[in-house]
Write a protein that binds this ligand. Structure first.
Ligand SMILES: [Fe+2]
Length: 192
């Protein structure tokens, strides 16, 4: 069977697509057409790394989470994890990919010899099980996590002891915002 080939026009020829330049009088014209029907509105959080403690939900002793983007349809959530205690946090297995960017402090997994330090980017592949530890000399770590799917909390033999996903996170944030007087629906401003 023959592969379909597209005609070489300026639109689909990668050589011209990469260097396509608009005439100067058109460069600063905004897109003039409507956005697609059904598109979700964009989500902008000006002060993601906020010092406003009300926006950090306590999730465990010494551990807070600042929601940034909660997406039930995509099955993922983006949050800032802030830890102000050292030692073992938890052991978990991922069903989906995770992206992490360390903004402050450092942490490691018992299963690896690398250390995630301020400025590090980490990709956690689906299927991996690891045990998160914050070293004793780290007073505070803050990491941006994009978590797809579920974290399944497990014992050292991989036996499941619980889980977290975008839905459990939404419930945590709803309870927090209700408790501080913002109302549970405050969480909607982080949802798409
Ligand atoms: Fe993880």
């Amino acid at each position: 069977m023959e592969c379909t080939s597209f005609p070489e026009t300026p639109m689909n020829d990668p050589r011209t697509r990469a260097i396509h330049v608009e005439p100067p009088d058109r460069r600063l014209i905004p897109y003039q057409r409507p956005q697609p029907w059904g598109m979700a509105p964009d989500l902008v959080i000006p002060d993601a790394l906020t010092g406003d403690e009300r926006l950090w939900a306590p999730v465990a002793d010494g551990i807070c989470s600042r929601p940034l983007h909660l997406n039930p349809l995509g099955g993922f959530y983006v949050h800032l994890l802030r830890v102000r205690r050292s030692g073992l946090l938890q052991r978990h297995r991922h069903s989906g990919p995770v992206h992490a960017w360390v903004l402050e402090g450092r942490w490691r997994y018992l299963e690896h010899d690398w250390i995630a330090e301020r400025g590090s980017y980490i990709f956690e592949p689906p299927g991996e099980t690891h045990t998160l530890v914050v070293p004793d000399d780290c007073a505070e770590m803050i990491t941006l996590f994009t978590v797809h799917g579920a974290l399944m909390y497990v014992d050292p033999d991989g036996v499941s002891t619980g889980y977290d996903d975008v839905f459990t996170r939404i419930e945590i944030y709803r309870a927090h915002f209700e408790a501080i007087g913002y109302g549970a629906d405050y969480v909607k401003r982080f949802m798409r």
